[in-house]
Design a protein around this ligand. Structure first.
Ligand code: TMP
Length: 215
């Protein structure tokens, strides 16, 4: 039995984590076996790479090419160690970010060529591609507000990406818009401002169409 790979995408502060939790519990209640993952991360090796990418002081001077390869090292491990076996056993895999993030951040944001980025992604994922991608969209002002209140609440350190300038996030956003235009059969844009319940309902409408019949 083949499962489904559903990926969540969007800029910081778009509400992905909340929505992944809501969807996971809806699916579990219906009897589906659900796996929640995040990128970079999701394996022991991937979580170390995540720390390097986001928080380790050694990452401060990281060049875009190194960032691209580290993101995809984490991804190559996650695909083979976790995603493929889970899909083969019929699970619904919900992944907080996947390769569209690399196109948006390393190509759109950092300016690496799309050919280079797509070629590295190809090595990392092979034929393992999402059945559905949900692109959560919020205006930049709302996104900034959410990130600021999260940072204040956790008093956590701002990570290497959150330190970027506004122009970087605008390039990320427009790269996402381009992906959505070019891959409209896979990528669904979800307006993500307003009540979480309303956002969940939009997500469910897209998800129920691709669920396998058997659980
Ligand atoms: P997040 O888990 O808070 O979304 O943090 C992950 C950060 O890494 C986020 O700023 C987006 C960035 N990222 C990339 O730049 N490229 C990628 O391929 C992935 C998966 C994430």
């Amino acid at each position: 039995m083949l499962g489904r790979l559903i990926t969540f995408e969007g800029g910081e502060g778009c509400g992905k984590s909340t929505q992944i939790k809501r969807l996971a519990s809806q699916l579990t209640d219906l009897g589906y076996r659900v796996r929640e993952l995040r990128e970079p991360g999701g394996t022991a090796l991937g979580e170390k790479i995540r720390f390097l990418l986001k928080h380790d002081p050694a990452g401060q001077g990281m060049v875009p090419e190194a960032e691209l390869l580290l993101m995809n090292a984490s991804r190559a491990q996650l695909v083979r160690e976790v995603i493929r076996p889970a899909l083969e056993s019929g699970e619904i895999v919900l992944c907080d970010r996947f390769y569209d993030s690399t196109v948006a951040y390393q190509s759109g944001g950092r300016g690496l060529s799309l050919d280079l980025v797509n070629s590295v992604i190809g090595h990392a994922v092979g034929e393992t591609r999402p059945h559905l991608t949900l692109l959560l969209q919020v205006g930049r002002e709302e996104a900034r507000r959410r990130v600021a209140s999260r940072t204040a609440a956790t008093a956590g350190p701002v990570d290497r990406f959150e330190q970027e300038k506004e122009a970087f996030f605008l390039r990320v956003e427009s790269a996402y818009e381009q992906i959505a235009r070019e891959e409209s059969s896979r990528v669904r844009c979800i307006p993500a401002e307003g009540e979480p319940e309303a956002v969940s309902a939009r997500i469910w409408e897209a998800v129920e169409k691709i669920l396998p019949k058997s659980r």
